[in-house]
Design a binder for this molecule. Structure first.
Ligand code: DGJ
Length: 730
């Protein structure tokens, strides 16, 4: 039993394999947070202190007891208007205009299995391990009821959180903030890690000490964004890859979000995460419920590595879905960086032909195959094949690709519309813009109003018709701008504030319909690279194009940050040409390959332009990737260096039975007479004997892990590292 309840004490303990989460209802009905950390088998309430802090308010029932204040008490779901001046999780504008909501305990229930959330993606249980705890809180005055849901996944040390907010009163209210999770940590010297960036430079790890006040990681762009990712880590100041405490928190949401961390006046930490309240005003009518997106929490007492392993397994097994979730992914060739919009049937055919000869599994036709889409200014929305450009039907071309022994994949950007398109000419009101105002353009395009069912239906039909017209095995679902000008003809002034969330719900609903209508199609998410790289999208698309930056050196940093939460199989990663189109950097083809192999692998260049020696390398890379894919995708991932600080990047995949490991990476710059780098693998069997790269010398796992291996001498910059470590059969 992972959930135990002491009814008399109203004490709740939620245990996973290595962690424990405790809560307790006090004499005033307040649900206090008691503990999140290692399993203690002890009610940790003895650590709760009730300080008398000047100017902190006390709830009325506490009488003259000034030491009882919601401003200092750790709580499970903080509310605005209760004398708790820290960040609130719930904010309700009541019918008379006041914003008070005071939640007290009403009841609890433990349920077998994992809850799901209407209209939203949610993690699921597929091995009968999960349990759900529901704690109901109510505000007796406004009749707002909140059910806090805790999903418990014992094996991966994950606890999920979500809230259902119901208006049990007779009048409409507005939700101004409805967060998914609140976590109070009363003690410790905590830092936080978040993942910031920009287009073509996503998820750059940033770690900082907390300062008094609020720090946040958020997006107000309508998508989870390139700039900040909906996943943060709170860690002890001494936390490393392999030691120290850390808590990972991730929101399963693809729209505007906000994760806030506050160091309060008495050095306590509060973390609140959910839909971005700045973009949110939900009209909750009498009798209606609002469902928050789900958040995932995990605690590790053994540093970041353990935390990442838990999130990787959880996302792969309990978030991603569909035929491909645990399947080998096809090695693909994408024509984008080879041609951009400038192609015809012959050019595509030649790229596909050469790729098939070198062992590539699938040809992906990117942007520019439809309508009058010959550049960035036209065509989006007109999902009809440009038969002139393809010299015939899509089916004819797909059949040619299939005759080469390859599968075929196609790019779409379903949520967008060009002003120069038939769709826009016929339905100008389907584009998001405010009447009488000129809309903000981005990449010369506008966004379709995905909150509208008729818009969703049009896209569903248009995409389905194309998918049915030929044998298409893969869809790249792109989204190339941030959203602004929030206005929908389907909403009114009372509920316009619902639009950003309704947009996301519309995208999810459409993805659900399409992925279930085409269960054999592999969907890859994309948003100008990794601008919507989140667990919400991974529920529908088991892989996401990680970044529009294909430069191997930059990718080591982007993929390093991405690896803290997201599994390797989720990371779309390709070998492209040199000089690299984003940075002008020249890196060896082997380095580009080992870097791209830390993902769902492919190529994005015209392989005809390579020398015969390079073509041989490509053949060999594809062979190696296919051989290593089970290890890379199913194994555990270890970060062996920090490429943001070290002079080399190195990472490792270890099979579950520890019989095999693969170290990949690159030495950034070669220096004359340089000091050799030592890499220490992890995760091996200490007592087993291993060989490296099929060599004759044997090493114990202990020797390798404690002594390390020398990186071979390098020549030239960005030299690749590849060491395959295999256990000797006894
Ligand atoms: C942005 C994507 O990230 C690229 O890979 C490519 O598909 C372009 N869009 C096409 O417009």
């Amino acid at each position: 039993m992972s959930i135990s309840v002491n009814e008399k004490e109203k004490f709740f303990s939620v245990k996973t394999a290595n962690t424990e989460y405790q809560m307790k209802v006090d004499e005033f009905g307040v649900l206090k947070h008691i503990w999140y950390g290692e399993i203690t088998n002890k009610n940790m309430e003895y650590l709760l202190d009730y300080p008398n802090v000047g100017f902190s308010g006390s709830i009325y029932e506490a009488g003259t007891r000034q030491t009882y204040s919601l401003d200092t008490l750790p709580q499970e779901y903080s509310c605005e208007g209760t004398g708790d001046y820290r960040i609130s999780s719930l904010s309700v504008l009541n019918k008379d205009g006041d914003s008070s909501v005071d939640l007290r305990f009403k009841g609890w229930e433990v349920k077998k299995g994992k809850y799901s959330i209407p209209g939203l993606p949610a993690s699921y249980d597929n091995s009968n391990e999960a349990e759900t705890l529901e704690i109901t809180l109510e505000d007796k005055v406004s009749k707002i009821e909140v059910v806090l849901k805790y999903g418990v996944f014992e094996n991966t040390d994950i606890i999920t959180r979500s809230a259902v907010i119901t208006n049990k009163g007779d009048n409409s209210v507005y939700l101004k903030n409805a967060s998914s999770v609140c976590l109070d940590i009363p003690f410790g010297n905590w830092q936080w890690v978040h993942f910031q960036g920009r287009h073509a430079m996503e998820r750059q790890l940033e770690r900082a000490s907390l300062i008094h006040g609020v720090q946040e990681s958020s997006s107000n762009r309508g998508a989870s964004s390139h700039q900040q990712n909906p996943a943060i880590v709170l860690c002890s100041a001494d936390c490393t890859e392999i030691s120290g405490s850390c808590i990972g928190a991730m929101l399963m949401y693809s729209g505007s979000f906000k994760a806030r961390v506050q160091l309060d006046q008495i050095d306590q930490v509060r973390m609140v995460m959910g839909i971005n309240p700045e973009m949110f005003k939900w009209n909750l009518k009498a009798g209606e419920s609002f469902y928050t997106p789900e958040a995932f929490l995990s605690f590790s007492s053994q540093g970041f590595e353990k935390l990442s392993h838990c999130f990787h397994k959880f996302i792969r097994n309990n978030v991603c879905r569909g035929k491909y979730k645990l399947e080998s992914r096809p090695v693909l060739i994408n024509n984008w960086e080879a041609t951009y919009f400038d192609f015809n049937e012959e050019i595509l055919y030649n790229i596909a032909k050469q790729a098939s000869e070198l062992g590539v599994d699938m040809f992906v036709l990117d942007d520019g195959w439809f309508g009058q889409r010959n550049g960035e200014t036209a065509g989006l929305g007109d999902w009809f094949v440009n038969e002139e450009k393809l010299s015939g039907s899509l089916k004819k071309f797909v059949d040619k690709v299939k005759a080469m022994g390859m599968k075929f994949g196609l790019w779409f950007e379903p949520e967008m519309v060009s002003e120069d398109s038939d769709l826009y000419r016929n339905h100008p009101d389907w584009a998001i813009k405010i009447p009488d105002r000129a809309p903000v353009r981005s990449r010369c395009q506008l966004v379709l109003d995905m909150s509208r069912k008729d818009v969703q239906d049009y896209i569903y039909e248009a995409v389905s018709n194309v998918l049915k017209s030929a044998d298409i095995s893969y869809v790249k679902w792109d989204m190339n701008r941030s959203i602004s000008d929030w206005f929908s003809h389907g909403l009114n002034s009372e509920n316009m504030g619902e639009m950003p969330h309704r947009y996301v719900l519309g995208v999810y609903s459409l993805l659900e319909r399409l992925t279930s209508s085409f269960p054999d199609v592999l969907f890859e998410g994309c948003c100008g690279g990794g601008g919507r790289f989140d667990a919400g999208m991974l529920y529908y698309c088991p892989q996401i194009w990680c970044s529009d930056d294909t430069d191997a050196y930059e990718r080591t940093k982007i993929q390093y940050g991405t690896s803290f939460f997201y599994p390797i199989s989720a990371v779309g990663s390709h070998v492209s040409t040199v000089p690299n189109h984003q940075t002008g950097r020249i890196t060896p083809i082997e380095t580009r390959a080992v870097t791209a192999m830390a993902g769902s692998f492919g190529y994005e260049l015209d392989l005809n332009t390579l020398s015969s020696e390079e073509k041989e390398s490509v053949k060999n890379q594809i062979k190696r990737f296919k051989e290593y894919q089970p290890l890379i995708h199913n194994g555990e991932y270890y970060r062996l260096s920090n490429p943001m600080e070290d002079e080399y990047a190195a990472w490792e995949f270890v099979s579950e039975d520890k019989s095999e490991a693969l170290i990949h990476g690159m030495v950034f710059f070669t220096k004359p007479n340089f000091v050799r780098y030592l890499i220490k693998p992890r995760g091996l069997d200490e007592n087993a004997e291993y060989v490296i790269n099929n060599g004759s010398e044997t090493y114990t796992g202990k020797a390798l892990m404690s002594g390390g291996v020398l990186v071979p001498k390098t020549s030239g910059d960005y030299s690749p590292i590849e060491m395959h470590i295999a256990k000797l059969l006894s």
